[in-house]
Design a protein around this ligand. Structure first.
Ligand SMILES: [Fe+2]
Length: 241
């Protein structure tokens, strides 16, 4: 994984976050015009977080006035004001990560899952229940655990599931429903070597009314892990293709 892009409202907002990151002691750079053109944004700052993940804080995303044409007949993706989806990272130190994402980047706690050795913190920055979740592996190894994209209809999840079975794309987590964000999803192992969660029905959060909870398990049903041989993408292993 090359970077995680966060769209900030405007340049002043991105600069304010960049200043907090610098005050935390991390090196922050402002992107060159060629890099901004490549990302199709007006500008961005970038830095590597305490675990070594590269984040980009951009503003002024370019928009093309054209209808979206999906590659197959689906209802569409739930993106827009909720962003692309969510990412889940295995960080080096969970407490340090929690402080960094909340106090420095300004993410809001959604909830925590504590299930035996599994501890995961979930954060929201818009109406999506979580745009980021972090966990720590027993080995303290840093890894990109998965990317989630959400579709507008349960049928789209079902037809994607059929396609994975037909094409023998490994399903690393079976169909299930998450306890905290209510997402009905399954996880596939993409040809680029990372796990992709494909889901529907994610919970919206109203930040002003939200009270973080702690859950005793990540899923209310399903989500059985399989294909343990297909490991998470490590930081020094760029995705192919
Ligand atoms: Fe997820």
């Amino acid at each position: 994984m090359a970077y995680i892009g966060w769209s900030v409202q405007d340049e002043a907002g991105a600069q304010a976050v960049a200043e907090r990151v610098a005050a935390y002691g991390l090196s922050v750079s402002r992107a060159q015009p060629e890099e901004c053109a490549e990302r199709r944004v007006e500008g961005f700052y970038w830095f590597k977080d305490p675990s070594g993940f590269r984040h980009e804080l951009s503003w002024g995303q370019f928009h093309t006035v054209a209808a979206f044409h999906p590659g197959r007949a689906i209802s569409g993706f739930r993106t827009a004001e909720q962003g692309l989806g969510h990412v889940v990272l295995a960080v080096q130190d969970l407490d340090e990560g929690d402080r960094f994402y909340r106090d420095v980047l300004g993410f809001h706690a959604s909830d925590i899952v504590r299930d035996g050795p599994l501890v995961a913190h979930f954060y929201h920055i818009n109406g999506r229940h979580h745009s980021l979740a972090i966990s720590a592996l027993p080995t303290r190894e840093v890894a990109f655990l998965h990317l989630m994209i959400e579709v507008n209809a349960l049928d789209d999840v079902g037809t994607a599931h059929d396609i994975c079975l037909q094409r023998e794309i490994p399903i690393t987590t079976t169909l299930g429903k998450h306890s905290n964000d209510h997402m009905v999803s399954f996880y596939m192992y993409t040809p680029s070597g990372f796990r992709l969660e494909y889901g529907w029905g994610g919970l919206d959060v109203d930040h002003d009314l939200w009270i973080p909870r702690t859950y005793d398990k990540p899923s209310s049903w399903g989500h059985r892990r399989q294909h343990a041989e297909l490991t998470a993408l490590k930081l020094d292993e760029p995705a192919q293709g």
